[in-house]
Design a protein around this ligand. Structure first.
Ligand code: ADP
Length: 487
C-alpha cells in the first residue's frame, strides 16, 4: 500500500521548476522575443501596440473603455481629473456561451454595442440628450480592450489573428475588430468613436501610470495572469527590424510591444512537461498552441489539478478518497474544475483543511465523508506544485522582457515625467485573478526573478510589482483619450 501523501509528493515533484530551468527558459524566451522583433513569427509575434506615450497623471477628460477579456465584458467611463485621480463608472456581465461560440461576428459586436448603449443610458443620459440637441457634440472616444491576438496596423485598427480562451466565432478572424465594433455602434447611432484598440496588458500599464504620483517611476511592463496570460513591455523601436505597417512617426522612440507570450515555446524545447500537460494539450481546442499559457493561466490550472488528482484516484494502491467511484463526478469531466480551487488549497492552512475539503466536495464532487484530511493534504500538495510552477514561469517571463527591453538601464523613455526618475527601478503593472488570488504568486515570481542572470537579488529588489485591479478598461479609455485630445 502506497501512502497517499508520499504518492502525491512524488507526483507534485514532476511540476518542479528549479532555478536552472528558469534560466534556460529565460534564454529561449529572450531569443523568441528577439526573433519576433525581426520577423513575423507564428509564436511570440511581438505585436506593435502603437502606444508610445505613458500617462503622467495630469491628463484631463472623459472617455469610454470596453474590455472583452474572456469571461466577462466590462464597459466603463473614465473621467480624469488631471491630478492622478479619476471617476470610474463601470458595468460588467458575463459573455453568454452562445455568443462566445457562434457563426456570425456581428452577433458578438452587436452584443457589445448594445451593452455600450445600456451603459450610456444608465450613466450618461445627459450626454445622449446633449448629442440629440446638438449633433455637433463630439463623440466620446472609446478604447477597446480586446484580449485576443490581433495584429495592429494603427492604434485604432487591428486584424484578429485567431481566437483563444474558448472563443470561436466564424467570420471574425482576419477582420478589423475596431471596424466591426464601430459598424454596430453606428447602427445604434451612438455618439461613440472607437479610437484605440488596446490589449489588456497595455491597458493595465496605462491605468497604473495615470494613478501613480509624478515622482514615481512610470510602469514599463504590463502582465496579465487571468483567463489567459500576456505581457507587454516598452521596446526601443531602433531594435524592431521587421516592417511595422503604418510606420510610427518617431522611429527613434519606444513603443509597447505585445509579446503574445502565451505561445512561448510552442515546440516544447524548454518548457516543463508532465503527463498532465500533454493530456491537457491534446484535449484542448488548440493543441500545440499557447503552450506557455497552458502552464500559467486561470483557464488551465484547474484542469491540470483535475488531471493530476484523477491520476491519483485511478491508482487502487493509493486509496485517495477511499477509492470512491469518481466516474460520474466533476473530477472525471474535462474542463469542469475552476482554477480557484488551486488558490483555496494554497490558502487553507488550518489543521483539518476544512475549507479545502468543502471546496473538494463542491468542485471535484467528492462527498465530504470520502475526503479525509490526508486526501485534502494530497490535493494541497499538488495545487501548490501547479501554482508555484505557474508563478515561477510568470516571473521568468516578466524578468525576460525586463532584460530584453533593458528597462533597468533605459528609465523613463517617452515618459513626460522625464528620464531617470526613480533610479534603476522598474515598475511592472499586473492584473488578473491568478496573480490576485493565488497566495504567494508574487513571492514565487520574485524568486524566479532572482534566479535570472542579469537581475539577481539586487535587480529583483528594484522591481516594483503593482496590482492594478480591473485596470485594463480604464487604461484603454485613457489611451483613447490621449489619442484624440490635446491634453
Ligand atoms: P479575465 O481574464 O477573463 O478578464 P480574470 O482575471 O478574473 O478575468 O480571470 C478569470 C480566470 O481566473 C478564470 O480562468 C478563473 O478560473 C481564474 N480564477 C478565478 N478565481 C481564481 C482564484 N481564486 N485563483 C486562481 N484562479 C482563479
Amino acid at each position: 500500500m502506497v501512502h497517499v501523501l508520499e504518492h502525491a509528493q512524488s507526483l507534485a515533484g514532476a511540476f518542479e521548476l528549479i532555478d536552472e530551468d528558469v534560466r534556460r527558459c529565460s534564454q529561449a524566451f529572450i531569443s523568441e522575443l528577439r526573433l519576433g522583433l525581426r520577423e513575423k513569427t507564428p509564436s511570440m509575434c511581438q505585436i506593435p501596440t502603437f502606444v508610445t506615450q505613458i500617462a503622467g497623471g495630469h491628463e484631463k477628460g472623459i472617455s469610454l473603455g470596453v474590455d472583452l477579456g474572456g469571461t466577462n465584458l466590462r464597459v466603463c467611463s473614465v473621467e480624469l481629473h488631471g491630478d492622478t485621480t479619476s471617476t470610474v463608472l463601470q458595468s460588467q456581465l458575463p459573455v453568454p456561451p452562445d455568443i462566445m461560440v457562434c457563426d456570425q461576428a456581428a452577433r458578438l459586436f452587436s452584443f457589445i454595442a448594445n451593452r455600450i448603449e445600456d451603459f450610456l443610458g444608465t450613466y450618461h443620459q445627459s450626454r445622449l440628450d446633449a448629442v440629440a440637441n446638438d449633433p455637433g457634440t463630439p463623440p466620446l472616444s472609446l478604447g477597446f480592450t480586446f484580449s485576443f491576438p490581433a495584429y495592429q496596423t494603427a492604434l485604432d485598427s487591428g486584424i484578429l489573428l485567431r481566437w483563444t480562451k474558448g472563443f470561436d466565432i466564424a467570420g471574425a478572424v482576419n477582420q478589423d475588430v475596431c471596424k466591426l465594433l464601430q459598424m454596430e455602434i453606428d447602427i445604434l447611432k451612438l455618439p461613440v468613436k472607437v479610437a484605440a484598440l488596446v490589449n489588456d496588458a497595455v491597458g493595465t500599464v496605462m491605468s497604473r501610470a495615470y494613478s501613480l504620483p509624478p515622482s514615481h517611476v512610470r510602469p514599463m511592463v504590463g502582465a496579465i495572469f487571468g483567463t489567459g496570460t500576456n505581457g507587454v513591455y516598452l521596446q526601443a523601436l531602433s531594435e524592431v527590424t521587421k516592417p511595422i505597417e503604418g510606420q510610427p512617426e518617431h522611429p527613434d522612440r519606444s513603443m509597447f510591444m505585445s509579446t503574445e507570450w502565451g505561445s512561448f515555446d510552442n515546440k516544447l524545447a524548454v518548457l516543463p512537461v508532465t503527463p498532465y500537460d500533454l493530456e491537457l494539450n491534446a484535449f484542448s481546442v488548440n493543441p500545440g498552441d499557447q503552450m506557455f499559457e497552458k502552464r500559467v493561466s486561470g483557464m488551465f490550472l484547474g484542469e491540470l489539478l483535475r488531471l493530476a488528482v484523477l491520476d491519483l484516484c485511478s491508482d487502487d494502491q493509493v486509496r485517495l478518497f477511499r477509492n470512491f467511484d469518481t466516474q460520474d463526478l466533476a473530477v472525471a469531466k474535462r474542463w469542469s474544475v475552476d482554477s480557484s480551487i488551486v488558490s483555496v488549497a494554497e490558502a487553507d492552512n488550518s489543521t483539518g483543511l476544512s475549507v479545502l475539503s468543502q471546496k473538494i466536495s463542491d468542485t471535484l464532487g467528492i462527498p465530504e465523508d470520502y475526503a479525509t484530511a490526508e486526501d485534502a493534504q494530497a490535493v494541497k500538495l499538488i495545487a501548490h506544485a501547479i501554482g508555484t510552477r505557474a508563478a515561477r514561469l510568470a516571473g521568468m517571463a516578466v524578468g525576460s522582457v525586463i532584460l530584453q527591453g533593458r528597462l533597468r538601464e533605459n528609465q523613463g523613455a517617452n515618459s513626460d515625467t522625464g528620464p531617470g526618475k526613480g533610479g534603476t527601478k522598474v515598475d511592472v503593472a499586473v492584473d488578473g485573478s491568478v496573480v490576485e488570488h493565488y497566495p504567494g504568486f508574487e513571492v514565487h515570481m520574485r524568486n524566479a526573478l532572482k534566479a535570472l542572470d542579469g537581475i539577481g537579488d539586487e535587480g529583483e529588489s528594484k522591481i516594483i510589482i503593482g496590482h492594478t485591479k480591473d485596470g485594463s478598461s480604464v487604461g484603454a479609455a485613457i489611451i483613447a483619450l490621449l489619442a484624440t485630445r490635446d491634453i
